[in-house]
Design a protein around this ligand. Sequence first.
Ligand SMILES: [Zn+2]
Length: 212
Amino acid sequence: MATPRCPRQRPARSRRSAIMGSLYAETHIRALQLAKQCVDMGARIRTVSRITGLELPMLRSMFYQDTSSAPGRWLESSDWYHRSSVVDRAEASIFAVIFDTLLVEHGYRPSEALVGAYRLYQERCALAPAIPFERAFNLACEMHGIWDSGPPQLALHNCRRCHSRYLVAAGDQTADLGGCVFCKLLKRYHRDPHIQAHFVAQNVVAIASNVG
Ligand SMILES: [Zn+2]
């Protein structure tokens, strides 16, 4: 014989389904909004998928009909950082300090910290950003081992001299011997037009120490 159905059972289940459906919709909409911001910042389609969890066909149909994604995969290491110019390393460190502050001190989700930090970094740039979004994504991965990127390869180090924070190889105990990137910028500032153009009318130490 069939068990009599509790008259309240069905509505309760329906309410649960409705709540689950609503939560799914909110999560999906948030992911799409995040994807749009990443695309606007110049992210490759595979990077957007990795950050948001959205499938490539959906991203392609929604965001890459008129805009083509740059070819290639995401960067697999931070070697580029160690080979970069002083200006690029300084700008990378500025982004890294902002990202670290949002993620660790303010408890942002990694994806929100990435997009928020990149926007704040862009606003601080006097010229076009030296660090494209793909490199900022790589820095975030290499600092915190997020998005399945393996153990951290980069860390923020405090300069004993100017008290700025800048990126070094994780575990590097000799960072101070190599010299702080912001101390180098200060030293060269008055004789290097390239550095002056990037950090016009701003104290580079103040930039580095105040972003947190
Ligand atoms: Zn320094």
